[in-house]
Design a protein around this ligand. Structure first.
Ligand SMILES: NC(=O)c1ccc[n+]([C@@H]2O[C@H](COP(=O)([O-])OP(=O)(O)OC[C@H]3O[C@@H](n4cnc5c(N)ncnc54)[C@H](O)[C@@H]3O)[C@@H](O)[C@H]2O)c1
Length: 254
């Protein structure tokens, strides 16, 4: 069947992006809006979320900012409910919110472990669960989870973070299998080293060490990741589910 070059168009669709006040989430929200989607900006940082929502509105799309800590079930359910009541439906969920609390294994506190697992992994579970209820009724939907290459290959100092992201990849595959009969695609992206406030926290030495190993010889941009998320959220990826696409400039290529 011939596919038009507009198979990535998202006119009339409604998306939620978690953690979209800044960084990769903000670029994903802008990418979805540029393709025609209305986008709910959700974040713990409500001021940042409102600023992003204003930028989306300026693109001519409907947008609203919702404060939501993805680790809180009630807040995530409220986010989905508000989206459906305000914008009428939910076609795309991007579980992007994530944090790091780095430390070597022997020095890592339970608090560091729990906080990262709560936001990165449980938050993704709660988002999938709340969105699935709406998408199953619609018999259509796309969920894209933001994992990380550390969840595939590990990274010293990130026992908590890499375990959470490996969990996101496995969760993605299981949910993809459960929801495939309902017409819902569930995929993940695994970014490598992307220039955001998250990686700006790393020492210059650690950043330089990453850059040296990247075949494409540069850090990724939030837009590099957003383009792939938008593809997975679109009809162009209708026959892809349970996949984890690596976006890392070749860093983990074998
Ligand atoms: N930057 C990278 O190199 C890189 C690499 C691989 C994966 N990732 C993943 O990409 C995603 C986005 O990362 P980023 O680099 O843009 O980070 P960032 O720190 O710049 O942005 C993360 C956003 O999530 C929000 N957030 C934090 N905790 C939250 C919570 N409990 N509920 C809702 N929102 C919350 C923050 O307020 C912030 O706006 C994360 O899942 C991260 O793990 C990033």
């Amino acid at each position: 069947m011939h596919r038009s070059s507009h198979s990535q168009a998202l006119q009339g669709q409604v998306a939620i992006v978690t953690g979209s006040a800044r960084g990769i989430g903000k670029a994903i929200a802008a990418g979805l809006a540029a393709r025609g989607a209305d986008v709910v900006i959700s974040d713990v940082d409500i001021d940042g979320a409102q600023a992003t929502a204003q930028e989306i509105s300026a693109l001519g799309r409907r947008s609203l900012a919702q404060q939501c800590d993805v680790a809180q079930r009630a807040a995530v359910e409220q986010l989905v409910q508000t989206t459906v009541s305000e914008l009428g439906r939910l076609d795309i969920l991007v579980n992007n919110a994530g944090i790091t609390r780095d430390g070597l294994l022997v020095r890592m506190s339970e608090e560091q472990w729990d906080r990262v697992l709560d936001i990165n992994l449980k938050g993704t579970f709660l988002g999938c669960q709340a969105a699935a209820k709406v998408m199953m009724r619609q018999r259509a939907g796309k969920i894209v989870n933001v994992a990380s290459i550390t969840g595939l290959i590990g990274n010293p100092g990130q026992a908590n973070y890499s375990a959470s992201k490996a969990g996101v990849v496995a969760l993605t595959k299981t949910v993809a299998k459960e929801l495939a009969p309902r017409g819902i695609n569930v995929n993940a992206v695994a970014p490598g080293f992307i220039a955001t406030e998250m990686t700006a926290e790393m020492s210059e030495k650690a950043q330089a060490a990453f850059l040296e190993q990247i075949p494409l010889r540069r850090a990724g941009t939030p837009e590099d990741v957003a383009e792939v998320v938008c593809f997975l959220a679109s009809a162009a990826a209708d026959y892809i589910t349970g996949e984890c696409l690596v976006v890392d400039g070749g860093l983990t290529m074998r």
